[in-house]
Design a binder for this molecule. Structure first.
Ligand code: NDP
Length: 444
């Protein structure tokens, strides 16, 4: 297959969706060796079919703010691929959301979900609604309006959304309440639910823990561990919070956290009561990370990202394209030996190439952050049998899934001549399973 010609078609059909183009190009390039070895995939136009979502829903979300003013947002749900299970993927509420963001995330989700080893297809959704600065009542009214349309497109065996940026436990609660009111059914239609109403232990921790377990596996290949390592983390939301906790538990020291306004640098490490402070600040008070610097008397860098801080391991846990090529170079120059992507597509493609060329242990998002959706899969499994597993059991399953994803990605890379390149390995391992399922199911 001629990748340039393929990409020209994708770009012409999906104009202006640059994040989607970026995600597709990486997969298209990675799977070339597989297509060469298996001409049946090309003959069946598997890749051409994969880049076209099975279904896309775009809808109006009207709601009323606390001043009685009517507001209108746009809602999205992209049901991308159901070859191996019901569509599954989060909802993102952020002002930057447009179709290109949702499609990049939904496309990535197909391969990520395949890597987990669980029977879940790929989807993603969200809205350009900005929860920042909104009251709880405003967020509730927005979620209710959003679900008033979404409910007719989802279901426990059809499409099971979860959280993402701007959608945490509070939003999932409001969304679930409205779904139940509209359908009169208490069922496993969302994951990330509260513990009293069908949620799973470890789901809040899962993405951050998983990205850390993945980094642990990568470090092991060089006889290294987190013990005594300095770790730079971006973001201070769900993924960053629990990555920080797990790194601390494994003997590392997290020295930065950030939000979209800037980052804090705490050379003594963010743990114990300092970590508790972050949890309260971000999840209850919904404040800014700057307040951490004020409280503990450390440096705050307004409008900057943390990649210039010296570290052994970097974990981007905020958003897409947050590590530029220059920042990748800075990290390598400062001695960073491993990067585990907690966020989705946080490193620009040139940065990914730079890490790989410089033999940095690099865990690409669709492998490294798959622990979140994997644990969502475990939440669905518990809901289906009406049981709740212990923390230890879910954590053990999550840990084993991350070990398997690392091994399968490593083995696939080696098999196709890219030893140690987990970007290629994860794409190939994720792709083959979905491609084979599509072949089995015929031209649908
Ligand atoms: P949260 O909303 O809990 O936190 C997001 C964090 O990233 C906040 O600190 C936020 O700062 C920061 N951030 C968001 N957008 C930007 C931006 N444009 N520039 C700089 N900083 C930004 O989201 P999550 O922690 O859930 O998600 C973080 C990343 O992890 C995303 O890429 C998401 O897709 C990915 N992910 C999440 C999973 C999950 O289970 N939650 C699963 C797999 C991947 P601010 O508050 O200022 O906006």
């Amino acid at each position: 297959m001629d990748v340039e010609e393929f990409m020209n078609n994708v770009i012409a059909k999906n104009p202006g969706e640059k994040e989607f183009h970026q995600a597709v190009r990486e997969v298209a390039e990675s799977v070339q060796p597989v297509l060469k070895k298996n001409p049946e995939y090309e003959k069946a136009k598997i890749l051409e079919r994969m880049v076209e979502p099975e279904r896309q829903v775009i809808f109006r979300v009207p709601w009323m703010d606390d001043n009685g003013e009517i507001r209108v947002n746009r809602g999205f749900r992209i049901e991308f691929n159901s070859a191996i299970g019901p569509y599954k993927g989060g909802l993102r509420f952020h002002p930057s959301v447009y179709i290109g963001i949702i499609k990049f995330l939904g496309f990535e989700q197909i391969f990520k979900n395949s890597l987990t080893g669980l029977p879940i297809g790929g989807g993603k959704g969200g809205s350009d609604f900005d929860p920042k600065g909104k009251s709880d009542n405003e967020v509730m009214r927005f979620c209710q309006s959003f679900m008033s349309e979404l409910y007719r497109h989802i279901g426990p065996n059809t499409d099971v959304p979860a959280g993402d940026i701007g959608v945490g436990g509070r939003e999932i609660g409001f969304l679930y309440g409205q779904y139940k009111k509209l359908t009169n059914r208490f069922e496993s239609v969302l994951t990330g639910k509260g513990l009293n109403w069908g949620g799973s232990l470890v789901r809040p921790e899962a993405t951050g823990y998983g990205a850390t377990y993945f980094a642990k596996e990568m470090l092991k290949t060089r006889n290294e561990s987190f013990q005594g390592k300095t770790v730079v983390i971006s973001g201070s939301g769900n993924v960053a919070q629990y990555a920080t906790q797990k790194v601390n538990q494994l003997g590392g020291k997290v020295v930065t956290l950030s939000d979209s306004s800037g980052f804090v640098y705490d050379p003594d490490g963010i743990s114990g009561e300092k970590w508790d402070f972050v949890m309260e600040l971000k999840n209850v008070k919904r404040g800014r990370i700057r307040e951490y610097a004020e409280k503990f008397g450390v440096d705050y860098f307004e409008g900057q990202r943390p990649w210039g801080i010296e570290c052994d391991v970097a974990m981007p846990c905020a958003t897409q394209n947050e590590i530029s090529l220059d920042e990748a170079k800075k990290l390598v120059n400062n001695g960073c030996i491993a990067v585990s992507e907690g966020a989705n597509m946080p490193t620009v493609p040139e940065g990914v190439d730079y890490f790989v060329e410089n033999e940095v242990l690099f865990g690409p998002a669709k492998a490294a952050n798959a622990g979140g959706v994997a644990t969502s899969g475990l939440e669905m499994a518990q809901n289906h049998v009406g049981l709740a597993w212990t923390f230890e059991r879910v954590d053990q399953e999550l840990h084993q899934i991350m070990i398997n994803i690392h091994k399968n990605s490593w083995d696939a890379a080696e098999k196709y001549g890219y030893k140690g390149n987990l970007v290629v390995g994860a794409n190939i391992a994720g792709f083959i399973k979905v491609a084979d399922a599509m072949l089995d199911q015929g031209l649908v």
